[in-house]
Design a protein around this ligand. Structure first.
Ligand code: NCD
Length: 307
């Protein structure tokens, strides 16, 4: 049973994940209607609390809440009392006093979403906490994979790139392993987390070795903003050794798909022509993200999840 919060993929069962994906499949049709709204969360209030930059995730959660007819508030740390030194706790207590039903939080500190659950009665949805978790991204990726390939179990998925800084990789790999996929994590040695040995995946450094056997190629953004020191000799060298161009793309089996969470560094982890190739589902991931977030909000806030 899902809820009351969605803090990570950790702890979700295959049934929980399947429930989210099936519910999202139902909500996807709402986007195809002339009036893109259902009354499910009418009278409920959802607050987006964003302490870190975001385009896709913030807009997607906002649209998901609006399509469910919830009232939405969006809080960005810039332009708020955070610049006057207000703590996360005091901001949380303010939202609590305003009676919000759900808080979607993105924060640069790992554990921020979990911490929030100790201070508020609202449902908390983690939209990315530091290098820790980003569960709705993983769920929308799983949705996109299942939608295209008909299943997740038994697929071979290569997750390539800046794994050490990636909350997306942590969440996605947990989801894939939970659903029975076989995962190859591929990265330069400096961009692998020390604990990757415990992830239940195979680990390598050679992208060319995994391409011919991958049903899904998942490319991660090189997170230059999180790199305090030099992790790769140069961006050009990274692109040459781990970046995917047309030649590399041609080594994927027929029918394989390419995913990326965005934002893209065109010319680094993938070339522009790969980003725009028919097998690249980057924009479809964005579309599916709205339905998946509607499902998560519905299941937690509207579906009677235990508090
Ligand atoms: C990711 C994030 O912010 O963790 N992006 C996203 O949510 N779509 C991945 C990234 O920034 O590389």
């Amino acid at each position: 049973m899902l809820g009351p919060h969605l803090l990570g993929v950790e702890g979700l069962t295959p049934d929980d994940i399947t429930t989210v994906l099936d519910t999202a499949a139902g909500f996807r049709d709402v986007a195809l209607r002339p009036i893109k709204k259902v009354p499910t969360l009418r009278g409920r209030t959802v607050c987006n609390l964003f302490y870190e930059d975001s385009t896709r995730t913030r807009l997607s959660f906002e649209l998901a809440a609006k399509r469910l007819s919830a009232d939405t508030l969006t809080f960005s740390a810039g332009g708020s009392s955070v610049s006057k030194g207000e703590s996360l706790k005091d901001t949380a207590l303010t939202l609590q006093a305003m009676g919000v039903d759900a808080i979607v939080i993105r924060h640069s500190a790992s554990g921020a979403a979990h911490q929030l659950t100790r201070w508020v009665g609202a449902h908390v949805l983690n939209a990315g906490d530091g290098g820790h978790q980003h569960p709705t991204q993983a769920l929308l990726d799983l949705f996109t994979i299942r939608d295209h390939l008909g299943r997740i179990e038994g697929l071979r998925v290569a997750v390539v790139g800046d794994v050490v800084h990636s909350r997306v990789a942590r969440s996605l790999v947990q989801g894939l392993v939970t659903m029975g996929a076989q995962v190859d994590v591929v990265a330069p040695p400096t961009l692998l987390p020390p604990a990757v040995g415990a992830w239940g995946v195979s680990v390598g450094h050679d992208v060319d070795a995994v391409l011919p056997k991958s049903d899904v190629l998942y490319l991660l953004r090189v997170q230059r903003e999180r790199m305090g020191q030099q992790f790769v000799p140069s961006v050009r060298e990274y692109a040459r050794l781990w970046g995917v161009d047309r030649d590399r793309l041609a080594h994927l089996p027929a029918g394989a798909i390419v995913l990326h969470p965005g934002p893209l560094n065109r010319g680094v982890e993938l070339t522009a022509d790969v980003a725009d190739a028919p097998s690249s589902l980057v924009t479809e991931q964005v579309t599916n993200g709205i339905a998946v977030r509607m499902a998560c909000l519905y299941l937690l806030v509207g579906g009677g999840a235990d508090r």
